[in-house]
Design a protein around this ligand. Structure first.
Ligand code: HAM
Length: 411
C-alpha cells in the first residue's frame, strides 16, 4: 500500500541503521574541533530574512531563489537558515564577542535549508558541520581552519579528496579586476547563459562556476583574479600556501575557484571528492573580512568553512555496525519483572548496555530475541527464583546471584 504521508521532497529520514555512522562522524568532528580550541555555538534555525540578504548577498542563487522565507504572525519576514556564517556573525556582534580575546573560535553542526532541485548529495534540508575563527587576519588562522577539515577527512578515511585553494583578494583591490572581467563578459555577452548575462554587473565572478557550454567557452580566456591581486593580498596568499605545506596539508591552486556566497575575501578553498557525482564538494569556505562590519559590527577579519554531513557520508559509503549489547534479562514469569527492571536499571547506571523483553514474549521468544540482539550475556530468572547467566561466546552457563552479575560481566 502506498503510504499516505511521505517525507517532503528533498528531505530524508535518518533511520537507526544509518544513525551510527552519522554519530561517528559528528563525534570525530567535535573531537577535532576541541583539540584546536574551537568551542560549540548553536544559533536558531531561522533568522530575520534581511540578515541573509545582507550577509550572503542579494545577487547569490541562495538569496535569489533558494530561501525558505515566511512571515510570522507579527508580519516579520523570517527565513530558515540557508547557511551558518551570517547567523554566527550576527551572534558575535549581538553578544559583544569582540571584547573577548581574539580570535573567537567557534564550531557548529545542525540542519540548514535551501530550496534547491533535489538530487544525490543535494537536499532541501541538509546538515552541516563547520568552524569559524573570528577576529584574526593572520594566515595562521586560515591554515588552522583548513587543517581542521583536512584532519577530519583523513580521520574518517574519506577517499579521493582534493583541496583546491584560491584567493579573491580584498574588496578594494578586487574592484579594478572586476571591471576588467565585466568588460570581457560584456564583449561576448551573446554567448553567455541568460543567468550569467543578467548578473554581469552585480556578480560577474559567478560566470566561472557556470556549467553552460557557451559561458564556459567565454571563460577559458577570461582574466584571472589571481593575476590581479595587490601586494598585500599576494603576500597573504603566499603565506597561507607556505603554512599549509608546513602543516603537511596537500593542495592545488585553482585560479578559477569561486564560491556561491558574496562575503568572501582573500583565501577561498574547496574540498572536492571524486567519489561523488555532480555535487562533488564535501566542504568549503574562506575568509570573510568584511562580513561583520557589514552586519553593523566593528571591522573584524574572519575565516571558516562548512562541510555537508550527507556528502561526507555518501563519500564514505560504509556501514558502521551497532555493537552488540552486554546483557539481555529474560524472565520465566511476570512476577519476576520487577526484579528484572531493578537489575537492568542498576546495571545501566554502571554503563552496561542492557535490554529486557518489552513485548510479552514467551521464554523461547525472549531467548530468540536475545540472540537477535547478539547480547554478550543472557540472564534468565527461572521459575522459583534462581538466576542463570549464559555467556554467548561459548555457551557457558552458571547459576548466579543477581548482585554478582556486574562483576561477572566485567570480568
Ligand atoms: P556552502 O559552500 O554554501 O558554504 O556550503 C558548505 C557545504 O554544505 C557544501 O560544500 C556542501 O557540502 C554542503 N551543502 C550545501 N548545500 C547543500 C545541499 N543543498 N544539500 C546537501 N549539502 C549541501 C557555506 O554554507 C558557508 N557558510 C561556509 C563557510 C563557513 N564559509 C565561511 N565560513
Amino acid at each position: 500500500m502506498e503510504p499516505k504521508f511521505k517525507a517532503p521532497r528533498g528531505t530524508f529520514d535518518v533511520l537507526p541503521e544509518q544513525a551510527a555512522q552519522r554519530e561517528r562522524l559528528l563525534r570525530a568532528a567535535h573531537e577535532i574541533f576541541g583539540r584546536s580550541g574551537y568551542r560549540g555555538i548553536v544559533t536558531p534555525s531561522f533568522e530575520e530574512t534581511a540578515l541573509f540578504e545582507r550577509g550572503v548577498g542579494k545577487s547569490t542563487d541562495i538569496v535569489r531563489k533558494e530561501m525558505f522565507t515566511f512571515e510570522d504572525k507579527g508580519g516579520r519576514s523570517l527565513t530558515l537558515r540557508p547557511e551558518g556564517t551570517a547567523p554566527i556573525c550576527r551572534a558575535y556582534v549581538e553578544h559583544g564577542m569582540h571584547t573577548l580575546p581574539q580570535p573567537v573560535k567557534l564550531a557548529y553542526s545542525g540542519p540548514f535549508f535551501r530550496h534547491e532541485r533535489p538530487q544525490a548529495g543535494r537536499y532541501r534540508q541538509f546538515n552541516q558541520i563547520g568552524a569559524e575563527a573570528i577576529g584574526s587576519d593572520s594566515p595562521l588562522a586560515d591554515v588552522e581552519v583548513i587543517t581542521l577539515l583536512s584532519d577530519l577527512v583523513e580521520e574518517l578515511g574519506v577517499p579521493g579528496v582534493e583541496l583546491k585553494i584560491g584567493s579573491l583578494g580584498s574588496l578594494e583591490a578586487r574592484t579594478v579586476y572586476l571591471d576588467e572581467l565585466k568588460s570581457h563578459l560584456r564583449s561576448r555577452s551573446e554567448e553567455l547563459s541568460e543567468d550569467v548575462r543578467e548578473r554581469i554587473e552585480i556578480n560577474p565572478l559567478r560566470a566561472f562556476d557556470s556549467d553552460h557550454p557557451g559561458t564556459q567557452a567565454v571563460m577559458t580566456d577570461a582574466p584571472h583574479l589571481l593575476d590581479h591581486l595587490d601586494a598585500a593580498d599576494t603576500e597573504h596568499f603566499a603565506e597561507v600556501r607556505e603554512l599549509l605545506t608546513a602543516a603537511s596539508v596537500e593542495y592545488v591552486i585553482d585560479p578559477t575557484l569561486v564560491r556561491g556566497l558574496d562575503y568572501y575575501t582573500r583565501t577561498i578553498f574547496s574540498f572536492v571528492c571524486d567519489q561523488l557525482g555532480a555535487q562533488s564538494e564535501i566542504g568549503g569556505g574562506g575568509r570573510y573580512d568584511g562580513l561583520i562590519s557589514q552586519l553593523g559590527g566593528p571591522h573584524t577579519p574572519a575565516v571558516g568553512w562548512a562541510a555537508g554531513v550527507e556528502r561526507l557520508l555518501l563519500a564514505l559509503d560504509e556501514e558502521v555496525e551497532v555493537p552488540p549489547g552486554d546483557l539481555f534479562i529474560a524472565v520465566a514469569d511476570p512476577s519476576q519483572q520487577a526484579k528484572a527492571v531493578a537489575l537492568a536499571s542498576e546495571l545501566r547506571h554502571h554503563g552496561l548496555v542492557v535490554e529486557l523483553d518489552l513485548a510479552g514474549r514467551s521464554m523461547k521468544g525472549q531467548l530468540k530475541h536475545a540472540d537477535r540482539l547478539r547480547s554478550a550475556f543472557t540472564l534468565v530468572f527461572e521459575e522459583g527464583g534462581a538466576a542463570r547467566l549464559r555467556r554467548r561466546e561459548d555457551g557457558e552457563e552458571n547459576e548466579v546471584q543477581p548482585s554478582d552479575v556486574l562483576e561477572m560481566i566485567r570480568r
